[in-house]
Design a protein around this ligand. Sequence first.
Ligand code: HEC
Length: 490
Amino acid sequence: MNDLSANEMRWRTPAVVGFLLAVALAAGSPTHPSRVAAAARSQALGSSNEGSGFTGQIAPILLKNCMACHASATKMGGLVMENYAFLMKGGAHGPVIVPGKSGESRMVLMLEGKVQPRMPFGGDPLPAADIAAIKAWIDAGAKGPAPGEAAAPAPALTIPDIKPQVPVVSPVGSIAYSPDGKLLAVGGYKEVRLMDAASGKALATLSGHADLVRSVAFSHDGKWLAAAGGLPARSGEIKIWDVESHQLLRTIEGHKDCIYSVSVAASPEGKIVASGSYDKLIKLWDVETGKELRTLKDHIDAVFAVAFSPDGKRLASGSQDRTVKVWDVASGQRLFTLSDALDGLTTITYHPSGKQLAAAGYDKTIRVWDLTDKGGTLANSMISDEDIILQLAYARDGNVLVSTSADRSIRFRDAVSLNPIKDLDDQPDWVEAISVSPDGKWLAAGRYNGTVSIYDCATYRQVLGPLVAFEPYKPGVTTAERGTAVGSRQ
Ligand code: HEC
C-alpha cells in the first residue's frame, strides 16, 4: 500500500463532493419551477421582514438551511417545515420542538450534534447565532405566527436565494474490511460501495437499501456481506449480498425502527447475524433462511452496538440505556450487565483475545472490562475525549485501541493504559465508521462528509485518501439510470 503514489491513491478527486440529496434547487431562471416552489414555500412559512418571532426570525433560517430536505416533497425524517403546524407536528420520531424546553427539543439536539445525524444533514453546522435564536424562540414558548401574518404574501425581495450553498454528500455510515483484507465495504445513503482496499478503486455498488446503511459486516469466510439500516421509526432492514457476484441473496426485514449495528458470528452456531435497533431490541437471524431465531429483550432504550465474541458464543450489546449486556448465543439468555457507564453507549468491541470488552459513548469515557463467564470487572476507565466517542476498535494484535470522537479526532491508544500514543485531531469531520484490517495493520476511517482514508497503525500516517466514497447524486434520476444497479461495475 505504501508504494502507491499520491495520485494513484485517489480514485476520484475529493474536491467537490456532490451527493446532492434533494437539493435540486439549483440556480435557474426566475421561472425555474424550483424558484416558484421556493416562493410558494417562503409565503407559506411567511417571511416578512420583521426580524423577530417565528415569521421574522425562525422561518427564514429554516427556509434557507433546511427546506431542501424538509419540504412536503422531500420530507426527510418524516419532518415537514413548510408551515408552523407541520413543524410542530414533528417527524418520524415525534415532536421535534418542546415549547419552553430547547434542551429537550430534538431539533436543537440535532443542530448541536447531540443526537445523530447532525442537522443540516451533510452540511456545515448552523452559525451559533442562528442556533441561539432558535433556542431563545423555543424557550420563550415556540409561539407561531401572529394571526394573518403567515398569509401575507412575501415581498419578492425577501425571497431567499436557496440555491445550494453546501454540496450535500452521503455520510459514510459504516465501513468494514473483508476477512482477507482485500476489500472494503462502505455503507452510505441507500447503497454500499465495494472498494479495493489497496488502491481505493470502486469495484461495485450494491443499491436498493431503504435508507442510510448504518452497519456492514462480512461473513468470516468472506463470501457474503450483511448491510443494515432501515427507515427511522418504521422498520429495520438487513440485505445479504454475495461478495463475488454482487447479487442480492436476501433481504431480511424486522424491528420497528432502524438497525444501528449488525455483527456476524464466527461459526459454531451456523450462519447467524445479530442486529441491534433503535426499537430497544436485539434480534438473531439465520442467514440461510432469513428466519428470526430469537429476540433478545432487556435493554430499556435504543441499542446502538452489538458485537459477537471472537468465538461466536457470546454477544455483547451497548445501549442508550447506559448498559452493556452480554448474552449466551445458543440459549439467548442474558448472562450479565455491566452498568458502569454514566450515559448512553455508542460503541463496543471485544479484545481479539475475547477476554476483555471495551465500550464508550456519550459520557466521553472509554471503559474496559475483564470478562469471566459470570461477569466483568472494570479494568480501566478514562475520560478520554472532548466530545461524544463515536467508535472503538482494537488494532495491532490488540495492543492498540483506536477511538474516534465528535471532537473530530482519531486517537491511537495504548490498549492497557488507554493513554493516547498518537492524536489525529484535525479530522475534517466526524469519523463515524472505522474498521481495522484483519492483520491489525491498517485502519479504514469513514467520515460524515462522505470521505474515506486509510491509516497505517504503526506510523499513524494516512496512506490512502481522502477518497470520495460516494459519487454525486442527481435528484429525480433513478438508481438504475445512474448506472449503479446491483452488481454494475464502475
Ligand atoms: C440534505 C438534507 C437535509 C437538510 C438540509 C436538513 N435535513 Fe434534517 N433530516 C434529513 C434526514 C435524511 C433526516 C432523517 C435522519 C435519520 O433519522 O437518520 C432528517 C431528520 C431531521 C430531524 C428529525 C426528525 C425525526 O423525527 O426523526 C430534525 C429535527 C431535522 N432533520 C431538523 C433539520 C433542521 C433544523 C435543518 C436545517 C437547519 C435540517 N434538518 C436540514 C435531511 C436533511
